[in-house]
Design a protein around this ligand. Sequence first.
Ligand SMILES: [Zn+2]
Length: 735
Amino acid sequence: MGKGAKVRGSKGPRVEAPKVRAAACEDTSEAAPRTASLVTASLAPLRGQAVLTGEQLDSFVSNRAGQAGWSAKLMTTPRRFAAAFLLCGAIVVAASARQQTPAEQPPAGEPVPASQTAPRSPRNANYEIDARLDDDAKSIKGRETIRWRNITDQSTSELQLHLYWNAWRDQESTWLRERRMAGLFRPPPADAWSSMDVTALRLRDSSGDMRDATKEMRFIAPDDGNARDTTVMSVPLGRSVAPNQEVEIELEWTARIPRPFARTGWVGDYYFIAQWFPKLGVLESQGWNTHQFHAATEFYSDFGVYDVRLTLPRRFVVGASGQQTARTDNADGTTTHRYQGEDIHDFAWTASPSFVDLSKRFESPTLPPVVIRLLLQSERRGQADRYFAIISATLQRYGEWFGAYPYPNLTVVDPAFQSDSDGMEYPTLVTGRSRWLTPDSSQTPEGTTAHEVGHQWWYGIVATNEFEHAWMDEGINTYATARVLEEAKNPNRVESRYFGGFIPWSFRDIPFTRVDNDRLAGYRLNAESDAPWTPTFQYWPSTAAIISYNKTALWLHTLEQRLGWPTMQKILSIYFERWKFKHPKPADFFDVVREVTGQGHYWFFDEVYRSSNTFDYGVQEFRSERLDDKTFTTTVVVRRYGEATFPVGVVTTFDDGQHVKETWNGQERRAVYVYQRSAKGATVQVDPGHVLLLDVAYTNNSRTLSPRGQQASLKWSLKWMVWLQDLMLTYGFFV
Ligand SMILES: [Zn+2]
């Protein structure tokens, strides 16, 4: 796709992409909404009402169609700070005034079951959860029924469950030990700690009765034997559960909500609640795969149906995985929100009284519609259009490239300042990342939002084991996100932030490119840190993301430069179709590459996946000497400085404008080329097209014999900028 795929410029003309059409719901800049689907509607007036089903949402949006032109008009983001500052204030005031508009009252409703769809996943880990938030005590009391089916070919006599919040119970958990070891630990405030205590556990036995098994559960530490780690619990079943047999278990638990750790917790009256209930590990043919909570890795679980009731004070606006199917006001001043989700493998939720609650319908000629709900911080209300545009662009492009988003709705949360809940993915619910001031050319909020929405494909639907193979979701997704941003986000400029990140500065002359979004700068700093085939939870914690995200995105992009995007798109779409609602392993991905290209590419995967070697090709010698009146001898020595090998081109140009291109297989330590020509040698370049994006030192790739003072000063200026960019990206990679 070319640059013509620009979706929305703040001032310039809109340009239709030749193949990937911008989704209809991005057209908010057009004068009049053509249909209800083009509308951004404030749902804030619905607070306190009873039911908010997808259908009612649609009809509400439809009714509000005539009133919604304001939204688009408010979203012109100024280019300069002063104007941004003044206009943001005006936007907040104007938007707040709009939000007061009284809404029509949808009828109160009884709990409505979610639409039953044909199962797309095995649905073998099903949860009914009833939980109550104590806002004063910052705690949750919950009760859940899990119905689990053994979908392996082996019997088991136990269940294993994650109790993730025990990672922040004290400093001796594996999560915190690893953070300390990697120098990432800062002592938290006294009220930061959390806990998750299972207070009752009952099993349905073979006679059909529930049996109390509270005293039988015990903690295990399968990864490191840390007796102080209580993030994994084993429950003996007292019987053997054969393939296809089911188990029913009831748990009651209490949990203290952390101050934010790992994107979970509370700040002020904002809650982001994830990994918050006792959750099953995954039984595989080799046994239970239930890793402890580690500092550098995420999660892994089976698909199922979630039916969750959340009770909390009425003033809260709630967002959650799945669809809201009921909302019941209770006599004690609380409200119970019921959410149901099918074919998902996790459930997260958020609550705050001050969300600006917006919705929009994504529609496309080629893809099924999706209701997008955006829960915004009020100070960032002016960014609503930017959020909706990038969410729609990601749904459109990922949908057309890999396969359609299969759920009817998607909730995107703009997290509270300092909530540490930015940039995280859960099934049908993600968090973006933004700041109050953000120029049009900034990657905020687009970069993180595209990435997290993209995780619906690579994590949510193709559900890899993130403890062991994080590259399969983070890396593939980083690669694909960069492609979306290149097409859908414009302008893109390098940005720096000052005063704690509060004040942005955009470098107008330095574009932020797709390779920047592949995170090349961060990769160079720690390229050898771990070999990707190592189970991710064993990566060094402070550099794990560089291997999972950056290195993978760069080698996928390098592969694209060799194979072409149509082939890469075919590989990823076949891989998606084959492995959606399943748990692929690395070999499954490599198999698809071999199948589509007819070649194993083992030489390449040996380097980029099975080794931590780095690539570095450069010019060692370049000289051109007069041999006689008519001839110069030009000598080129190119060298493989790194251990990893890759075929590269070597182009030498001469003073008469002629050039010679060689193809070097890159295997030996050096290659020497000697030319006897009538013109003197001028320049030499290794890998002039920059096909090998993993080259860790690109500055040694060229040499010139002509004095080029001006170019040299430019090159050094750019090197300084690259340093600055490296620094920025180093702080920005953990999403
Ligand atoms: Zn990610």
